[in-house]
Design a protein around this ligand. Sequence first.
Ligand code: MTE
Ligand code: LUZ
Ligand code: MOS
Length: 750
Amino acid sequence: MKNIDSYTHLRGESLFVDDLIVRQDTLYGLTFDSPKAHGKIISVDYAKAEAVEGIVKIFTYKDVLGENQIGGIIQDEELWAEKEVHFQGQPIAFIVAESEAIAKKARKLIEIKIEELPIITTAKQAKEKGSFINAPRSFSLGNTKKAFANCDYVFEGETFSNGQEHLYLETQGCYAVPLENGNIKITSSTQGPTQVQKIAARVLGIAMHKIELEVIRLGGGFGGKEDQATPWAVMAAVAVQHLKKPVKYILNRHDDLRMTGKRHPYESTFKIGINKDLKITAFEVEFLQNSGASADLSPAIAERTLFHATNAYFIENVLTKVLSCKTNLPPNTAFRGFGGPQGMFVVESAIAHVAINMGIDKRLIQHANLLKENDVFSYGQVATTVEAQNSWNTAIEKFDFYKTEKEIEKFNTNNNLVKKGISIMPICFGISFTNTPMNHARALVHIYQDGSVGISTGAVEMGQSVNTKMLQVACLTLGIRPNKVKLETTNTTRVANTSPTAASATADLNGKAVLMACNSLIERLKVVASKMLSVKVNEIIIKDDSVFINHEKSNITWENLIEQAMLERVALTENAHYATPIIHFDKSKEKGHPFAYHVYGTAITQVTVDCLRGTYEIDKVQIIHDFGKSMNLGIDIGQVEGALVQGIGWMTLEEIAYNNEGRLLSSTLSTYKVPDVFSAPKTIEVLPLETPSTEMAILKSKAVGEPPLMYGIGAYFAIQQAVKAYNKNYKLKFHSPFTPEKVLMGLYEI
Ligand code: MTE
Ligand code: LUZ
Ligand code: MOS
């Protein structure tokens, strides 16, 4: 089935927040944010700004009737700064005016005095100063100390991976409208409608039921709207509470880039022990996460880094530790992979470091340590239905790896100024929110009396096509055609207490709820049909818009059946709740079974480096991916391709830069390079792996949203190999992104 949004997307008819027709009395918001990264607010003078014609009111923390607090996991983040500022771009006030242009004009007239305090911009500086978000976390398996003492080789090294801007096409935004009795309806571009509702209620000092959150769809989120769509919606809601007029606030790109957090940069140190037979026996890492000025989702992201610190490998003795370092940058946040990619980059770097020092091929070490059935992860979960070796071997075979490797060797012997490189990147990603209580979802299904169906879930459509998948589940379960089913917007009055659309688990969680609701309806309808046809209930099958008796089509259509159900006063609405079974995790022991299942795959990446310029091209990425039994291969391959290119961008091009004053230097698209069609691989091949899959996945179709991003890590190591092929003196560095500047330095390093 095609993505059900493709028709309206292509025609420009799909609706986003900014497309809503606004009420005539709508006002417009704009944030006044801190020009300094750290300091005490001495004074803010709004007089000149307030005097601008068309300014309605400038809101500050003084206007908050509830709590001036938007922190989720840890309550350490003010909506509007009160006495101190902690990053450049931190909201201080909210200007509400008759137009955006007027608000902009007024913003320039606000005068602020700040007494500056010392600024921390890197995780290392934060660690030295003891500046942390929370207590460190640590996972351990076996005994690394003993293992290091007993193994043939021990190596140590350090790595850095930079942040990444989400660059969703649709910037953050919302539209808040007053209803009667102090109720407020907020339409927001958020991945977490319930989170926005909850925080808005807290800040406004009113009950959650007074706030209705509506999400039409997102023009991309990628994690950037899991937590960070909240402040803007809450600001607009505060303004509505006071002014009793609608307030619209869509961030312009420049404000969005400056004020929102990104993927976390990580600085890490590793120690790895290996035997002559290439078995890695011990692995220790200390991850320094640059969390930014407040917690946001950092503790959960740090945790996922630990979960994925050994990627698709089994290592008997592991000791990992993560420190969430508090710095004077915008709070960093969820980004596709949620700390997992940062973890995997370190273990891949460690293996590359070992390989070069032992003088053997990296892939031999990778292969010798791939996970097998019943291996145990450092967090205690036993690996079952493991596809690490299967996907690796299939990739080697299907893509004729050895032949390609030989060709590349030959190419490199015959060419002096152009070198090629190749890498293999296996992935293993756990599916479920690592925080067990978040793994639940609901669906509300209405069958209308004409036989058409409307479905609401907690899932937010953000381009990943979750709505199409929900529709497929409903059609399959109800036995009707897609044109009878409509996916409704995501709204907290229809489906409440939702977890955010995140962790790649949305289709699983909400899909299972849709399945359960539709099954209940079908049970009831079968009874109606059996009476209509005077046969036993278990002889009834509903499919192809008709009622069948043991595969024999009757003359009763779906519409006839619904009409009769109405006459018999049978409920045609069903609500279902799904909570992932089996999973659990004990944080006091750091052990458990946190994931419903894992997703596996292997990517082979080929690159060509221009050794005069330092530029490179990604020639080809070939992927064997574990989709389980994909319910929609078109959509799923789209997710793999998109995530891959996003991962390659993170690893090779996208260079977030802050100066020592905490100012974002890469604040425009002329200074922040994202992958375009030219930097994307010239060829991408994605083949599904044949697997038995798991019942924990919706229709056995495994989650696909985040895992393939980590294939992009392969590009780093393929480029590294090409650089090394040109310059034998190049000392391997693990400092991403591997920009052309760094490649050039590497090529001519002595
Ligand atoms: N695909 C598109 N087109 N746009 C997005 O914003 N977000 C990604 C992924 N794929 C995203 C996307 C992220 S970060 C996640 S967690 C998943 O989609 C969320 O959706 P799912 O749980 O339905 O896979
Ligand atoms: N969000 C979250 C996530 O809150 N918990 C998670 O485990 C997670 N994993 C991936 C992406 N977002
Ligand atoms: Mo995705 S980082 O879970 O929004």
